[in-house]
Design a protein around this ligand. Sequence first.
Ligand code: ZN
Length: 248
Amino acid sequence: MKIALTFDIERDLPNVLDTYFGVEIGLLKILDILDNFNVKGTFFCTGNVVEHLPEYIRLIEQKGHEIACHGLYHERLNQLDFIKCQDIIYQNKKVLEETCQNSEIIGFRAPYLKPPKFLFEILSNLGFRYDSSIGSPKKLSHYQRDSNKIQEFHPSKYSIYLRLPYPFLKRKIFKTDLLILYFHPYEAINMKNLIRKHASKFETVKNILFRLDRWLHTGDTFLETLRGFIVESLVKKWEFITLRQLIA
Ligand SMILES: [Zn+2]
């Protein structure tokens, strides 16, 4: 089996928090783990993090990981028109190319995994080679495609299960030949504390009570899970790859 570890580099819980602890603290811990096992990942970066913390994005590049695009401010692109979307993705790519001058940017992932119908046309116009936004292969046909120059790498909608302590859920993850897991740097931070400290009262109550997925087993538990998963995969001789490596 081939496994792509992918990370969406954005501020902590877009639309709930406006902090960057995930990038400033969590990202470094994730990079250390990947370094320890010489595993390379794919990092989808929002333009605002690139502008706000360029040295962190350059560090990802220096360590040999793949850099790719994830919007400017983590917009809901499926609610915007073609021109606006294209402009956002263009700006995102431009700021990444200026910051990471040794990287060719060919990959895109839509924020919230909510691509607009016309995404592939935009990606093609802007010189991208692949997308990784569409969770289900069945939905692929809903998206307009130019004559298939853009390849789709479906992110596993079960990624979150890896963090949860239920083996019966985890088994679902592995029913594939190509596993594309996606994580966020803020998962390496204790999100329960962060939400309590920095979110509004309304968001705190809502997220702690009803969005366990946003904080359960984050922080050190997540890091241990990631490390354990890599160890287990290497023992099984599974291969870690970046998405760029899958482009023929
Ligand atoms: Zn995201």
